[in-house]
Design a protein around this ligand. Structure first.
Ligand code: NAP
Ligand code: G3H
Length: 483
């Protein structure tokens, strides 16, 4: 199934329907974060090749937009079936490439097949409306506005390392069903998995040029892609730093951005503490904390703080640490640089007097799950996104102090509230400056047809199947004037 995408572990790009190597022969060597072993080489495309990709995409988009949506949808259904058939193989590749535990790797792929199928169906229900003129003062029934949705054109999709399959497909599928062509710039760590996904779309029968890829380091080719004159929409997921940079240079091109987070879990006195602890631990340490929606701080009412800390600590000690192939759940981080950053935050918390409950052990890029209690707001870990397995517990006096600290963050992705009192839950939920509030559950993106959005430095716009299709299409009105 995947024989065309590489030769001797040298991976190619899909450009105008063909898997090709870069003309300049520039490549990037990729090794596994699990053990540093070589896994393949990627092409680093030149600016001239990027121009070719954009021109091909633009041309292909016109015919794709004219293709009936039921045919576009059929191709996506086929892609979902192929992805499911190849899920185990792709999960193994993903697990080695980004050091994700095997169960989570498989669930990422299966969830993606479900996502594509749901999108194929949702695209069939993209309907417009007719609006009569007589509801506006001074007008009679002499005009009708026929409002439909039309594609934007060429969508540039840029995905991050932590979900290279799911967060590539969550841009590609809604864009395609809406009649756009797509250029995918996958993350350098994660590109091999993403290229497999792209071959699945290709094999499902997409016409040449409708889906293309550009590999290469974002720091080298990113600005050129983002500011290209033929780009019509940028759908980006990644760090706030890169997201802000892109939104500064992209000027009038519309963007959808999913960025960093510092999701708080707020624990009230009447919470089911066992349930809260289960959610906190799976939320904070799943994929070693490398999830945008990870629980990245706990704000707990003083009265139950000792008990909660003990329950969380008990669970953290049981987490299996090690390589994915040995059943590790907390696995080596994506790079040494990431582990250095996490260590910096740990050291700062220790220096400023936080109480280390578990962890602060490291072997290269493997950081053991670390839990701090009595974290205070002068510590970096109270505010920065570690993207690693370290969790601060901040004790608060009352609900209003929890809300205040939660909202002082520059981020606003999600937050959780654990309580049995729905009046309190709704009071807090109403005050939190985030895209989504979870009551009695950890922050999480799914189910993937729910709207998913960050506010403040966590993003711009809403994803989620229908919302993504709407974001990558626009309204077009034709006004019928009746004599
Ligand atoms: P990143 O370093 O910002 O990279 C994201 C993507 O942007 C990669 O494909 C990267 O390519 C590319 N890139 C880098 N510089 C670029 C530029 N100047 N122009 C265009 N593209 C450029 O983020 P990451 O480390 O992969 O992902 C972790 C971050 O993503 C965390 O902050 C996390 O919270 C956030 N995230 C947010 C969500 C959400 O839904 N809100 C979901 C997942 C992740 P290279 O890989 O080649 O550098
Ligand atoms: O990393 C960001 C992902 O969008 C989070 O998805 O909540 O399902 O892990 P998740």
């Amino acid at each position: 199934m995947f024989e065309n995408i590489s030769q001797n572990n040298v991976y190619k790009n899909l450009i105008n329907g063909k898997w090709v190597e870069a003309k300049n022969k520039n490549t990037i060597e990729i090794s596994s974060p699990v053990d540093g072993k070589f896994i393949g080489k990627l092409q680093a495309l030149s600016k001239e090749e990027v121009d070719e990709v954009f021109e091909g995409s633009r041309k292909a988009q016109k015919a794709w937009a004219d293709t009936p949506v039921n045919e576009r949808s059929k191709i996506l259904h086929k892609a979902a079936d192929l992805l499911e058939e190849n899920a185990k193989e792709l999960a193994k590749i993903l697990s080695r490439e980004i050091s994700k535990d095997l169960d989570s790797s498989l669930s990422e792929v299966v969830r993606t097949a479900d996502f594509i199928r749901f999108t194929a169906d949702e695209g069939m229900h993209l309907e417009g409306e007719t609006i009569g003129s007589d509801s506006f003062p001074g007008f009679k029934k002499n005009k009708v506005s026929l409002v439909t949705r039309v594609p934007l054109g060429v969508v540039l999709a840029i995905s991050p390392f932590n979900y290279p399959v799911n967060l590539s497909a969550s841009k590609i599928a809604p864009a395609l069903v809406g009649g756009n062509s797509v250029i995918l710039k996958p993350p350098t760590n994660g590109a091999i998995s993403a290229l497999h996904l792209v071959e699945i779309f290709n094999a499902a029968g997409l016409p040449a040029g409708v889906l293309n890829t550009v590999t290469g380091r974002g720091s080298e080719i990113g600005d050129y892609l983002v500011t290209h004159k033929l780009v019509n929409f940028i759908n980006f997921t990644g760090s706030t730093e890169v997201g802000k940079h892109i939104s500064e240079i992209s000027k009038m091109v519309p963007v959808l951005m999913e960025l960093g987070g510092k999701d708080a879990a707020i624990i009230l006195e009447d919470a089911d503490l066992e349930e809260a602890a289960d959610n906190i631990v799976s939320g904070a340490y799943g994929y070693s904390g490398q999830r945008c929606t990870a629980v990245k701080r706990v704000l707990v009412l003083d009265k139950v703080a000792d008990k909660l800390t003990a329950l969380v600590s008990e669970r953290v000690k049981k987490l299996k640490v090690g390589k994915p192939e040995d059943g590790g759940k907390v696995t080596p981080l994506i790079s040494n640089k990431s582990a250095d950053y996490v260590q910096e935050l740990i050291n700062d918390a220790l220096d400023k007097g936080a109480k280390l409950v578990v962890g602060n052990k490291r072997e290269g890029n493997l950081v053991y799950p670390t839990l701090f209690d009595h974290v205070t707001t002068d510590m970096r870990i109270a505010w920065e996104e570690p993207f690693g397995p370290v969790l601060p517990i901040i004790r608060v006096r009352d609900i209003d102090e929890a809300i205040k600290i939660a909202n002082e963050s520059e981020y606003g992705l999600q937050a959780s509230i654990f309580t049995k009192n729905m009046d309190d839950a709704f009071y807090i939920a109403g005050k939190l400056e985030v895209g989504t509030v979870q009551i009695n559950n950890k922050p999480e993106r799914g189910p993937d047809h729910f709207p998913f959005q960050g506010v403040k430095s966590s993003g711009i716009g809403s994803q989620g199947i229908r919302y993504s299709i709407e974001a990558m299409t626009r309204l077009k009105a034709i006004v019928l004037n009746i004599k």
